[in-house]
Design a protein. Structure first.
Length: 224
């Protein structure tokens, strides 16, 4: 039976580049205990007053990881990506130490394949994911774009005129465009969950979900 990891388990973050620093910073903001590790003394010093613990060490050395107690963590994030060799070696060390959940950054599909094969549970492609997100946003039709598995996405956008002044039920938005309006935000108000009776106004913002192609087609209605 797989080990159950507490939702508030401490996290080991290896590498304090932009991705590692962002991960460690957000975990700290969320109240998690975080041990950050990097071989750069200046970075470690800067993080010593931010994270729960900050240690200078070479994570490519499994004995160095043992000395800091890496084997006692249930979750580790390998944020080293610029050196594939270092990333792979560090991930292999964490696997050998028996850490149940390992998240690792990859800079290419082949890099990610290697990380998966040696035992990483989750592989992240931050640059690729950011590039895909920007590609959807540059048209100006969408304000935010999050894509999940199987081409499913959630988007914040301005509504097209086809929705103005009628209820979502009467607009038949799901049948016509293959998307679902999840929420609506009027100027100066909080986002509210949408219902069949919700009426969208010209200056509202909407949150919609659906497959990426359907959302792209729906967003293009803004220009019609």
């Amino acid at each position: 039976m797989a080990e159950t990891i507490p939702a508030d388990a401490a996290v080991l973050v290896i590498g304090l580049g932009r991705f590692g620093a962002a991960t460690a910073g957000e975990l700290t903001r969320l109240g998690r205990d975080v041990l950050v590790l990097d071989d750069d003394a200046q970075l470690v010093q800067a993080w010593s007053e931010i994270a729960t613990h900050a240690v200078q060490a070479d994570a490519r050395n499994i004995d160095a990881l043992r000395q800091i107690g890496a084997q006692d963590f249930s979750i580790a994030v390998v944020a080293v990506g610029s050196s594939i060799e270092a990333s792979v070696l560090i991930t292999a060390n964490l696997v050998d130490l028996g850490i149940p959940q390992i998240w690792a950054k990859a800079i290419s599909k082949s890099h990610g394949t290697i990380l998966t094969r040696i035992g990483a549970n989750h592989v992240i492609y931050p640059e690729a994911e950011a590039g895909e997100r920007v590609a959807h946003l540059v048209s100006g039709r969408m304000l935010d774009f999050i894509e999940f598995d199987d081409d499913f996405a959630i988007v914040k956008m301005h509504p097209p005129r086809q929705l103005f002044g009628v209820s979502l039920a009467d607009s038949a938005v799901r049948r016509k465009y293959g998307i679902t309006v999840l929420g609506v935000k009027s100027p100066g108000q909080e986002f509210t969950y949408a219902s069949p009776e919700t009426i969208v106004a010209e200056h509202d913002l909407i949150i919609v979900s659906g497959d990426s192609a359907s959302i792209e087609s729906f967003a293009k209605l803004q220009k019609d």
